[in-house]
Design a protein around this ligand. Structure first.
Ligand code: NAI
Ligand code: MG
Length: 356
């Protein structure tokens, strides 16, 4: 099994190092190779996604990605900014399915801004289509408005579009994921207003015919936003387009109160994938040794489950994380009175020890 390790910049290298230690502690024969991306790619090779780093990612069975986006590089032109690394990888590797579990560990019930009874035991999975929708649809731009009441003024415009095969493949990912979980899919759309999402609803309904064992419900995105905050435990798997998923997944992430705990997977058509924490490169705490490495460690567990066919080892990592939380160990982002504050490396040590 060949794993490409792309730590990136900011806290990326610190948190990725801990995930690598955890993977090594499993005692499997992973071949792990590391390369520079983001600010680190720019600093060493003049580009956020150097050709050698991209080649490594393409040749690997899976990619473990840290984070990119150190503010040091903010003044660079857009094509050289660190974020181009993750956008380029998604595009080049065809990573169309973004899976973001939102799990509230009982030990962290106090970390959510919602009432404990609303979120305790929360375990939902948001699946966001990642390569289509209005974010990539053409034409787009700013032009002279051709018609209507604003004719002659300048207008900004984008194009929302989804091809049938794009909807089918993300729907299959959702139904298959639901099969391994609570067997319920909520497809979120805006079919009442948007042609694209009426089409989405029709195709998802069709794909559902292959999954009689999974329950399908359709929900408008505005209602979904409301239900996520009102009664999030009613969901199992949520599948939606790129833009709705961008917004809903951040909302769902915050139900758990701690971005430092949330892993993610981005998959291609063959379940090859890139795994990364949901958070960014946290330049405000980079180099201080206090970043929470658990989102990255849990991303490594997702990698074992979804891309490397090693569900038992994924379970071991997740159990080890639960154990260190039960021991009361907390990085500052999840610290509460009565627990023990630890740094990035100590948290890594504790997970490694729990695994053994
Ligand atoms: P961020 O997620 O980096 O940070 C938001 C807040 O959460 C900060 O206060 C940070 O200290 C804290 N935080 C994040 N991860 C943490 C961890 N593991 N442990 C403890 N605290 C943590 O988001 P922000 O500040 O909006 O963006 C910073 C940079 O990261 C930007 O340049 C942004 O573009 C980039 N970014 C990169 C992503 C990626 O690599 N996929 C995703 C999101 C943002
Ligand atoms: Mg977002």
């Amino acid at each position: 099994m060949k794993i490409a390790i792309l730590p990136g910049d900011g806290i990326g290298p610190e948190i990725t190092a801990q995930a690598v230690r955890v993977l090594n502690a499993l005692g499997e024969n992973f071949e792990m190779e590391q390369a520079d991306v983001g600010g680190a790619g720019y600093a060493a090779h003049g580009h956020p996604l150097p050709p050698a780093s991209l080649a490594l990612a393409k040749g690997a069975d899976a990619v473990l990605f840290g984070a990119v986006g150190d503010y040091k590089y903010d003044t660079l032109e857009r094509a050289l900014r660190p974020e181009q690394a993750i956008l380029g990888l998604r595009r080049e590797l065809g990573l169309f399915a973004n899976l973001r579990p939102a799990i509230l560990y009982p030990e962290l019930a106090g970390a959510s801004t919602l009432k404990p009874e609303v979120v305790s035991g929360l375990d939902i999975l948001i699946i966001r289509e990642l390569t289509g929708d209005i974010y990539f649809g053409k034409p787009r731009g700013v032009r002279e408005c051709p018609d209507g009441p604003f004719k002659g003024e300048r207008e900004g415009f984008d194009t929302m579009r989804y091809a049938e095969s794009e909807i089918r493949r993300i729907a299959h990912v959702a139904f298959q994921a639901a099969r391994k979980r609570g067997k319920r899919v909520t497809s979120v759309d805006k079919a009442n207003v948007l042609e694209t999402f009426q089409f989405w609803r029709d195709i998802v309904t069709e794909v559902h015919q292959d999954y009689a064992d999974v329950e399908l419900e359709h929900m408008y995105v505005d209602n979904a936003a409301m239900q996520l905050v009102r009664a999030p435990k009613k969901f199992d798997v949520i599948v939606t387009g790129n833009m709705f998923g961008d917004i809903l997944s951040d909302c769902a992430a915050m139900l758990t109160g701690s971005i430092g705990m949330l892993p993610s997977a981005s998959l291609d058509a063959n379940n090859k994938g890139l795994y990364e924490p949901s958070h960014g490169s946290a330049p405000d705490i980079a180099g201080k040794g206090i970043a929470n490495p658990l989102a990255t460690i849990l991303s490594a567990a997702m990698m074992l489950r979804y891309s490397l066919n090693m569900a038992a080892q994924a379970d071991r990592i997740e159990a080890a994380v639960k154990q260190v939380l039960a021991q009361g160990l907390r990085t500052p982002d999840i610290y509460e009175a009565g627990t023990t504050k630890v740094g990035t490396a100590e948290m890594g040590d504790a997970v490694v020890n729990a695994l053994r």
